[in-house]
Design a protein around this ligand. Sequence first.
Ligand SMILES: *Cc1c(COP(=O)(O)O)cnc(C)c1O
Length: 434
Amino acid sequence: MHDFRYIRGRLHCGQVALEALVARFGTPLYVYSQTTLADHFQKLAGALAPLDHRICYALKANSNLAVLRTFAGLGAGFDLVSGGELERVLAGGGDPAKCVFAGVGKTEAEIALALRHGIYCFNVESEPELVRINRVAARLKKVAPVAVRVNPNVDAGTHHKITTGTYENKFGIAFETVEGVYARAAKLKNLRLRGLQMHIGSQLTEVTPFRQAVERVAPLAQRLAARHGFEFLSIGGGLGIVYESALASGAAAWWRTPAGRGILTPAGYAAALVPLLRPLGLKILVEPGRFLVGNAGILVTRVEYVKRTGHKNFVIVDAAMNDLIRPAFYDAYHEIVPVRRKPGATVPSDVVGPICESGDYFAKDRPLPKVGEGDCLALLSAGAYGSVMGSNYNSRPLPAEVLVDGARAALVRERQPVAAIWAGERLAPWQRRR
Ligand SMILES: *Cc1c(COP(=O)(O)O)cnc(C)c1O
């Protein structure tokens, strides 16, 4: 479910009117529903209950400390991709012993940090990385738990910038060579072979690629587990969400598109995969990011100008690609609705930000109700890969973020003060006046 709906013509998150939040915290404003975060986690956990499993939330999707605390409180582990993310998990109250560390470029310092905090496992993406982890572990007199990320060479059928499980991209180790890599890794004294990992891409809306990948990888996991005595298989993240008509489809079934396409529910995911995974007798890890947070967040923005050129109707808003880059980066679709419902006809509109780039748009030729200066719009399904990809381009401060739980709302990230943008900058000594 999601938690955003109209009550008497005004968009609410839980029982809180978005207009009230805008009055308190300004725009652009990210708003997250704690209810939805917990609901999605519990739906997935329920579907995977027949397995000995752990959900490791991929915090690169949304790493706000309040979001991390929500999942930590539900018993989640975390899938992290940098030393910074490990420090964030610790700051948010997460348990490092439930963390897996992914990514192709782990530095020595990051490896040492993760070893000192006793993470559950390194998901390793190359042989040189295995050698490096072994060396750092030896220096720290530790044994590093590792899993190799196998590339099953399955096309996830998603956008080319978010597909990861084919030989065309930089991730993982080719399926055919993985057994040799484990054999060599077994000879490295400061490594403990703990599992096998895969992740084929993001925003998958059908179960078939998941099933194909698991069918390929499960026998390999079984052989390797028997040979090296390891304990888990991670099947990665990638569960897609519905971006279109999320609001119209209602609170009960937001993942169902109106046309019935792209139906991927936690139950459907589990029904296809649990029968393949259960016989392995291994602990199963999943690493969802977008699925848990995507529809739990929106970005609220205010209309600054409406510019009619005779050719186009431009709705110029105060949020921009630096706040939410997905449309510019992935051609992503975000549903856009007015915060105060507008009756009457719609007009094809381009919703654009103020940044000096043609790519700075949120929608093109989108039928929208007639809006005017001062009206607020909500960009839905902005909880994943939204604020985390924010930048200060055009010296725009990062937006504020609010967490809502029922009738309660709290600021969980203050709007960045403008001077903080250049706080780390200084003049060269020869530029300073005496
Ligand atoms: C990005 C990523 C995830 C999460 O992907 P989602 O599509 O957000 O679920 C999980 N595992 C790994 C290794 C990743 O790189």
